[in-house]
Design a protein around this ligand. Structure first.
Ligand SMILES: [Zn+2]
Length: 174
């Protein structure tokens, strides 16, 4: 079985995002799913979420178009790092692992940061994906979040504003 049959849609783009939550604050795919639904969206917009402990959680099924990159959802996969612009070593390692895997499954797909797409004003994902790739998927100095005693005490919900995608089919969840 080929990857195309598994996903039931062609993939030519992998878009890396951040959740725009405070660096180092713990959040799950379930949190993002709730935030996106609260904003009137039918489910989490990303296909994968990488938590600060490095856990790679599934979001939308790959077979379903995401809602993470306006005008580019139909043929892309959305990957979201929890945080804003500094990520834990566990996250960087998991991102490398996930992108390497997706690259194997979709060898023709380009890998970009959200901000690399046309007409995107935000900083998402908070680092230069092309430079990260050029360094062999290694973060630069200053892009690594170090745990501190004060991390994890931010009560306000955050989260990147999801891009509305009225063409996306409704998502059935169990
Ligand atoms: Zn984004």
């Amino acid at each position: 079985m080929t990857a195309e049959k598994v996903t039931a849609r062609p993939i030519d783009l992998i878009v890396i995002h951040c959740a725009a939550t405070p660096n180092g604050r713990r959040h799950t795919a379930g949190d993002i799913d709730r935030w996106h639904r609260e904003r009137g969206f039918n489910a989490i917009g990303y296909h994968f979420v990488i938590g600060i402990d490095g856990l790679i959680e599934p979001g939308r099924p790959l077979a379903t178009a995401g809602a993470h990159a306006v005008n580019f959802n139909a043929r892309s996969i959305g990957v979201c790092l929890i945080g804003s612009d500094r990520f834990t070593w566990s996250q960087w390692r998991s991102l490398e692992e996930l992108i390497t895997r997706l690259r194997g499954e979709f060898p023709k797909a380009r890998i970009l940061g959200h901000r690399d797409l046309p007409r995107v004003a935000k900083e998402c994902p908070g680092f230069d994906v092309r430079e990260w790739l050029a360094r062999g998927m290694r973060p630069a100095d200053g892009e690594i979040f170090e745990e501190s005693p004060t991390s994890g005490h931010h009560p306000l919900p955050g989260g990147e504003e999801p891009n509305r995608d009225p063409m996306a089919p409704p998502i059935r969840t169990s």
